[in-house]
Design a protein around this ligand. Structure first.
Ligand SMILES: Cc1ncc(COP(=O)(O)O)c(C=O)c1O
Length: 318
């Protein structure tokens, strides 16, 4: 299957804007062999006044924290990285895309101890469609399974860090799910409680209350997850962050994934059990509508989540 390219023209590389083709590294770079990279993923949306990067500062703060956990020397401040992101969007002349900041050890080195090996930081814009899983539409819902692969135990890989290596575990879960005919996997934590999807967090709804796993369940502390909790609070809905037993997946009224890539994606089936009515439920639809309205500038940005990017938006493209 051909993989569709989302390439753009320009990439930010440690303070310079370079051509796409020039953002290369050597095969002997430490990162290629030992996975020494942490990254971010965020979206810019077309709004009525240009681009709007969703929660840019929060993403760059998490980027800094991920680098700190792995002792990767990130020489750019959060403010500088935020400005660099805006500069990259402007250089590419695009308002809507996925954005991938990444820091990696690019020093040529054999041996795992990477300290002292040079790092480089890049910010990449990627043209990526909205809602990365099937089932985002009003009648839809993703068909998911519980994976036989668990999230890592707390003393193995730090899941609060968004590190490239974590996604080997995620790839195992996603591949198993797709091989068995599902859209996505839900992974359990080391204790057997519900954790998250391969690249997104999870919410269940029961009797109007939202449930989501705590960060100690081996999940990434998602920024969309936080947005959902705030939107639920705005709407007067209760949210419980608690350990979720597997069987709660099968008796939930509603379930949805959330994350930068998948945005808010309803789940219709889990392990072939129908979730609720099998259609996106009222809480899911309410959260989805509110989230997308704010992200695309259709509703007032009451939480200050969008960073404006001065890029023209083609008339009628929204
Ligand atoms: C493993 C994992 N969990 C959750 C998320 C959702 O996080 P966010 O909402 O910050 O994109 C992501 C996406 O980055 C992820 O890769």
């Amino acid at each position: 299957m051909a993989v569709q390219s989302g390439r753009t023209a320009k990439i930010w590389r440690d303070g310079s804007i370079v051509d796409w083709e020039d953002a290369t590294i050597h095969v002997m770079s430490h990162v290629v062999h030992y996975g020494s990279a942490v990254f971010e993923g965020m979206r810019s949306y077309e709004t009525p006044t240009g681009g709007g990067v969703f929660r840019l500062r929060e993403h760059m703060r998490r980027f800094h924290n991920s680098a700190k956990i792995y002792e990767l020397p990130l020489r750019w401040s959060v403010d500088e990285l935020c400005q660099a992101t805006i500069d990259t969007l402007v250089a590419n002349g695009i308002a809507q895309c996925y954005i991938r900041p990444i820091i990696m050890r690019t020093g040529e080195q054999m041996g795992i101890h990477g300290h002292g090996s040079p790092t480089e930081t890049f910010i990449i814009c990627w043209n990526w469609g909205r809602g990365r899983l099937p089932g985002t539409g009003p009648a839809g819902g993703s068909n998911v399974c519980v994976s036989s692969w668990r999230r890592p135990a707390p003393d193995t890989f730090p899941t609060m860090a968004k590190a490239g290596g974590n996604y080997l575990n995620a790839q195992l879960a996603k591949s198993e799910a797709v091989r068995n005919g599902y859209d996505e996997a839900i992974m359990l934590d080391i204790a057997g409680n519900v954790a998250e999807g391969s690249g997104q967090n999870l919410f269940l709804v029961r009797d109007g209350v939202l449930y989501t796993s705590p960060i100690a369940s081996g999940i990434l502390e998602g920024i969309t997850r936080d947005a959902v909790m705030r939107l639920a609070h705005d709407a007067g809905l209760a949210v419980r962050e608690m350990e979720i037993p597997r069987e709660m997946l099968y008796v939930a009224d509603e379930a949805f994934f959330c994350g930068t890539a998948v945005e808010i994606t309803p789940i219709s089936h889990i392990d072939k059990f129908v979730v609720g009515s099998g259609k996106p439920g009222p809480v899911t639809l309410q959260v989805q509508e509110r989230f997308m309205a704010i992200a695309t500038g259709r509703a007032p940005d009451t939480h200050g989540w969008l960073t404006h990017v001065p890029v023209p938006v083609a008339a009628g493209s929204r």
